[in-house]
Design a protein around this ligand. Structure first.
Ligand SMILES: [Zn+2]
Length: 83
């Protein structure tokens, strides 16, 4: 009873097993919309597109961010009437 090893594995066998223990870097793909590098299977951070479809309106998000900054007083109030 019990998982007790009967025989010791060789250094070679141990090292071969451990040779597969390392971190893999996520591949990088080129966005089909803006041609910038982005993560695979992920909406592009730069333009908000994934598989030629817009999922995030980046300009809208930027405007919202700017408005929030103006409200906080971090940015001078320029063309607030437009926003
Ligand atoms: Zn993109």
């Amino acid at each position: 009873m019990g998982g007790v090893p009967k025989q010791r594995h060789t250094k070679s066998r141990r090292n071969k097993r451990r040779s597969q223990i390392f971190l893999h870097s996520p591949g990088i793909t080129i966005c089909s919309h803006c041609k910038k590098p982005s993560l695979p299977h992920t909406i592009c951070k730069n333009c908000g597109y994934y598989q030629d479809k817009e999922y995030i309106d980046v300009t809208k998000a930027l405007k919202k961010m700017k408005k929030r900054r103006i409200d906080k007083g971090l940015e001078p109030q320029e063309n607030k009437d437009k926003l």
